[in-house]
Write a protein that binds this ligand. Structure first.
Ligand SMILES: Cc1ncc(COP(=O)(O)O)c(C=O)c1O
Length: 437
């Protein structure tokens, strides 16, 4: 057999050809979106500004959804399938009992723009082009989703407009250049491009923005511009479904090495990489075929699953969205700044929230000084050699913490974590938190 080192790879023929939709398998029916009852139908608005195919998928009860050949082609172009690695070097560094505590990680950092966000960006952009739209509009926090949609739009011949949370926009100039290279127009949010942005800037010209504000601006922009459609990079059911490609690959990869995760860990902002990584495996647990546990790593800046309330709430502060049942801190909550900007969101996806409420998912929140998270990421860089995005570093730190707990308790444990993105454009964050001169 060929020596594949610590990589567990799939051939291009092994790329999954269907996405997994967990909705029919959930332990109880997913609470539907509600109208706020103020006379304006938010569902009608969504119908007007979103990609029709994606909205259809949002409410679909089909367990498996065929991935069109054109999207398969785009996934191959973007380098899928992606490898799973056994973290043998990290295991040795942590002095984990050999083959008793095992660590594996999925390499979503290998995508062209540096994160898992490309998996849904390609699908959404493809459907938008097919439906005759000329432009996609969106928000971005860390800049990863904005880069992914700019890239996808460019591949399918669409224009792209990105509203980027001002605080992150101002300290990541290279990511803006990347979006510009793909031809996107990028605005620091709040911006003067929308009425909502102008209102906030009039109140406070230094408003540093939030993901919620950027969502409100992206939606307003799509409402007011012809042939423009609004795309969202997390939270919604169809986004998690597109991301299921990650977990479906991971299942095939574990089968290849005749192992199976006892615990799956990833960072969680809105829930798209966590959901994509875990939902196909959660299906196995719901079928009682496995007893895997699932742990989301969050920041104390926005601990939606840890401290949020499970209730109907808006997903954006301008209240353009319908009410969704989710663990929420309130769309207007003031969130402390952290370098893991992509985790700074006030609510968790309805699907993840329901599974959390039913006890299938646990969550932990790390302190806002981010020291432990970045120190752990430094160890990962030094041993495995890959640089995680600040958001992904939360999953890395959490997996290392859980591995050391298992070692202490003398337990046998297989832990899988998702490296949702790379940190090549986030090195100033490493520099600041770790005090690198
Ligand atoms: C690399 C990376 N990982 C994770 C996240 C968090 O988002 P989600 O919870 O939707 O995966 C982001 C968000 O921007 C991100 O850029």
């Amino acid at each position: 057999m060929a020596n594949t080192g610590n990589q567990i790879s799939l051939s291009t023929e092994e790329l999954p050809k269907k996405w997994y939709n967990i909705i029919p398998d959930l332990p109880e029916a997913l609470p539907p979106p509600h109208e706020p009852g103020d006379g304006t139908s938010r569902l009608e608005l969504l119908n007007r500004i979103m990609v029709k195919t994606c909205l259809g998928q949002e409410f679909s009860t089909d367990r498996w959804i065929n991935i069109p050949d054109e999207i398969i082609e785009l996934y191959l172009q973007a380098g899928r399938p992606r490898p799973l690695y056994r973290a043998r070097r990290l295991e040795r560094y942590l002095k984990l009992p050999e083959d008793k505590v095992r660590l594996y990680y999925k390499r979503e950092d290998l995508s062209p723009t540096g994160s898992h966000k490309v998996n849904t960006a390609l699908a959404q952009a493809y459907y938008a082009a097919k439906e005759g739209f000329e432009r996609v509009a969106t928000e971005t926090g860390a800049g990863q989703w904005g880069s992914a949609l700019s890239y996808a739009a460019s591949l399918v011949g669409l224009k792209c407009v990105v509203f980027w949370v001002r605080s992150a926009h101002d300290w990541k100039p290279e990511r803006r250049v990347l979006m510009n290279l793909y031809g996107a127009d990028v605005y620091a949010s709040p911006s003067k491009e929308t009425e909502y942005g102008r209102k906030l800037l009039a109140r406070d010209p230094k408003n540093s923005g939030s993901l919620g504000i950027a969502i409100s601006e992206g939606m307003e922009y799509a409402m007011n511009h012809q042939k423009t459609v609004y795309c969202l990079g997390s939270v919604l059911n169809h986004v998690l479904m597109h991301q299921s490609i990650i977990g479906l690959e991971v299942m095939k990869q574990f089968e290849k090495v005749d192992d199976w995760p006892d615990l799956m860990i990833s960072c969680l902002g809105g829930g798209s990489n966590f959901g994509g990584f875990t939902l196909p495996i959660i299906r196995e647990v719901l079928k009682k075929k496995h007893e895997t546990k699932f742990l989301a790593a969050q920041t104390e800046a926005s601990p939606s699953l840890v401290k949020g309330e499970y209730k109907y709430d808006f997903a954006d502060p301008a209240h353009h969205t319908p009410l969704l049942k989710m663990y929420s801190l309130g769309p207007e909550a003031e969130l402390p700044k952290v370098y893991a900007e992509g985790l700074r969101y006030t609510a968790a996806s309805p699907i993840i929230s329901l599974l959390r409420n039913k006890g299938l998912i646990s969550a932990v929140a790390y302190p806002t000084d981010e020291r432990h998270v970045f120190e752990s990421a430094r160890t990962f860089v030094a041993t495995e050699g890959f640089i995680p995005a600040p958001e992904s570093a939360y999953g890395v730190a959490c997996a290392m913490d859980e591995a050391l707990k298992a070692k202490k308790k003398n337990e046998e444990k297989c832990i899988a974590f998702n490296v949702s993105g790379h940190g090549f454009l986030d090195l100033p964050a490493y520099q600041k938190v770790l005090g690198i001169k």
